[in-house]
Design a protein around this ligand. Structure first.
Ligand SMILES: N[C@@H](CCC(=O)N[C@@H](CS)C(=O)NCC(=O)O)C(=O)O
Length: 216
């Protein structure tokens, strides 16, 4: 029923987010990987995606099909179709807050994304950070600390139980790891919990294979 089209796993931070959400609902899905940063990328992505971007989710059922072409739209659609997976917090006010954090990630932190691009497997030296990048990292650290302190003991994720907010921030966990960004102990234990998720381990295995085969 589901086919997720993603970019090269070493680099495609946007693709990782709906991949984690799909894994969290436990439904089987087919996967297609488009090679990023290659001569074929523009042609491949534009022939499949209305926005010329990945990820994409194809849903086919009852002789109908739909294409969803944005990470947050995919996560929202999955949450709506699989309420039992509880991809958003139950409490409406907490859910509104989780949505705000997810949207903030989706539309924000441009300097962090540009200066510390996701390299899931490789390790890189921390570059000289711009003031704007430092401010965006500080904002993330204070937001995560606030969420983790308030939901401490409820499951260990940003809103206690694993949610779309964790999916949206998982690439930041990878970036902090790649570049050795120093974080306080509470945040480090959250990062370790995200990194240990079976879905993250599977993503890493695939990214490792891309690096070893020269695809990334
Ligand atoms: N807002 C989009 C952003 C998607 C995006 O920028 N994807 C990148 C890969 S991570 C892409 O498709 N790049 C196309 C290219 O490199 O030609 C989303 O949330 O899905």
């Amino acid at each position: 029923m589901y086919t997720l089209v993603v970019g090269t796993k070493e680099w495609s931070s946007w693709s990782l987010r709906p991949y984690l959400a799909l894994k969290a609902i436990g439904q089987p899905f087919a996967e297609e990987v488009i090679r990023l940063n290659h001569d074929s990328t523009t042609r491949e992505v534009q022939s499949r995606s209305p926005s010329g971007r990945v990820p994409l989710l194809k849903i086919a059922e009852d002789k109908r099909a739909v294409l969803i072409w944005d990470s947050l739209a995919i996560c929202e659609t999955l949450a709506e179709r699989h309420p039992e997976a509880k991809l958003w917090p139950d409490d409406p006010f907490v859910r509104a807050e989780a949505r705000s954090y997810a949207a903030e990630m989706h539309s924000g932190f441009p300097d962090l994304r540009q200066q510390l691009p996701m390299e899931f497997v490789r390790r890189q030296p921390l570059p000289e950070l711009r003031e704007t990048t430092k401010a965006q990292i500080a904002r993330i650290l204070s937001a995560w600390t606030d969420m983790l302190e308030r939901h401490d003991g409820d499951g260990g994720f940003l809103f206690g139980r694993f949610s779309i907010a964790d999916c949206m921030y998982a690439p930041v966990v990878s970036r902090f790891r790649t570049y050795g960004v120093p974080v306080p102990p509470l945040v480090q234990s959250y990062c370790d919990r995200i990194w240990a998720l079976p879905a993250m381990r599977e993503w890493e295995k695939a990214a490792q294979a891309e690096v070893e085969s020269g695809l990334a």
